[in-house]
Design a protein around this ligand. Sequence first.
Ligand code: NCD
Length: 298
Amino acid sequence: MRHLLGIRELSSDDIHQIYDLTDRFYEVLQQPTRKAPALAGTTVALLFFESSTRTRLSFELAAKRLGADVLNFSAAGSSLAKGETLLDTALNILAMGVDALVIRHQSVGTAHYLASRLPVPVINAGDGTHEHPTQALLDTYTLRRHFGRLEGIKLAIIGDIFHSRVALSHLYLAPKVGLKLRLCAPPTLVPPLWYNLGFPVYHCIEKAIRDADALLVLRMQKERQKQAPIASWEEYARFYQVRLEQLSPGQVILHPGPVNWGVELHPAFLEASVSRILDQVTYGVAVRMAVLYALLRG
Ligand code: NCD
């Protein structure tokens, strides 16, 4: 592994190695110092061109827990406003002595583009509606911890799959780890080709939830929707909101965040023990430590 651009480029072995490394780093995070300075002396730059809370902070903390220095770049207030290109910005940041780049960008393919031109590992932290590999890795790592395995686990992804890079990364990931994936969205939020991929696609939420082991609920990604795919959030909530009483014993809920409480998820999940949403955030730091370590020291 030279870069982490998407789940598409990973083999099943790569993915299992990341889970195994994550187990080790999660143990480190349980110790009082919470540090394993395996990346001491290296510098990781975070280039975020889109809003982020969890992903940016999680990468920053992961790099710091491994002893790396972290350089934070955000597009607002940068020389991009003066006409500098993305590649030039990246080359200038590397010239300061940077060993790896983590990039989030609104355009599909940005991480691949930089990876083809830069001499350091590039990690995709989300490129438009394309992929978000570390999110899919941390979602499945959370399921692996909860169920003790992934093989045969039935995962329903419910929500705006049309605009979701998380959903696409899961389409690539599921067959590589033996997860049984099913998808659920209003007809206006299913990319037409997804009906032909071999995964069941439901428009009725009750059918999607029935006998699933876990639900991965997605946000309505309004900022990426060119035309309103549904009349209103109220209408979406009426037909597609996941509610506590729809769940059977043993089923758990995941969400990559940010959650629009009261739209895709009923607020009762805020305090419900079936929610694994904060576990995802906790494991996310260990997953990103594993990825940084694999690319810089593996
Ligand atoms: C996701 C993203 O940015 O793609 N969030 C995240 O990284 N935690 C999902 C979303 O924005 O809804």
